[in-house]
Design a protein around this ligand. Structure first.
Ligand SMILES: [Zn+2]
Length: 227
């Protein structure tokens, strides 16, 4: 696959780690990847000496470095408050606008139906992005957006990461080393040296017949997307 546009939508700077091997493969093959980051991640530290402002600034730089290592074309920071993403028109309208401006062929986002997912930001960004990816084609949603280059659009394929019912696997064995390097950019979250075992635990889920490093997804099929 080449020449496609892919929108990856996450809640925090470092969430792309769930699918960064897949991102590497996509950018290597000549596709344009856009990364939407919902919040500034300013609550992502246990160090009381660090202010939320300082954490946000640090994580923005870490995100930019990781994106550079992954070959991401553009990072779009929405700047919402960490831990406070709301399933509301404000966020949905923003995501609909991005879908209609960028017009992605594929969308990757959190699986909001994952059982025992404790982070509400992960669920909220997943629910909102899935709606925008699918319903962006319906011009009666946020109709005032439609003008010029902003047109009604639906992404053809939708892949959910951090899922507990995977039905689609990407072999990232060949890019795993570079995934580790990109992950190490998030030094405030993963420390000075990335623990490869931990990283494998974050992404890996049992696959019946392979001994390779994989990233699992729940692919939503057309039958899931059309009523
Ligand atoms: Zn997160």
């Amino acid at each position: 696959m080449k020449g496609k546009k892919i929108l990856v939508c996450v809640a925090h700077p470092d969430d792309e780690v769930f699918c960064s091997g897949t991102i590497l493969k996509l950018t290597d093959e000549g596709n344009d990847v856009f990364l939407v980051v919902g919040t500034q991640g300013e609550k992502g530290s246990h160090d009381p000496a660090l202010s939320p402002l300082a954490i946000a600034e640090m994580r923005r730089k870490e995100m930019d470095l990781a994106a550079e290592r992954l070959g991401i074309r553009e990072v779009i920071q929405l700047g919402y408050q960490d831990g406070e993403l709301q399933y509301a028109n404000d966020l949905k309208e923003t995501l609909f606008h991005l879908v209609r401006r960028i017009r992605p062929d594929l969308v990757l986002t959190f699986d909001p139906w994952k059982r025992y997912e404790i982070h509400s930001d992960h669920r909220t960004i997943g629910f909102s992005m899935i709606e925008a990816a699918h319903l962006g084609a319906n011009c009666w949603y946020y109709r005032q957006q439609i003008a010029g280059d902003v047109v009604c659009h639906r992404s053809q394929e939708l892949y959910l990461f951090n899922c507990d019912e995977p039905n689609y696997y990407v072999d990232i064995t060949n890019v795993f080393e570079r995934k580790c390097l990109a992950t190490s950019a998030h030094r405030s979250q993963f420390g000075q040296a990335v623990d490869e075992t931990r990283l494998r635990q974050i992404i890996n889920q049992p696959h019946p017949d392979v001994q390779m490093t994989i990233e699992p997804f729940h692919k939503m099929w057309r039958s899931d997307l059309y009523l």
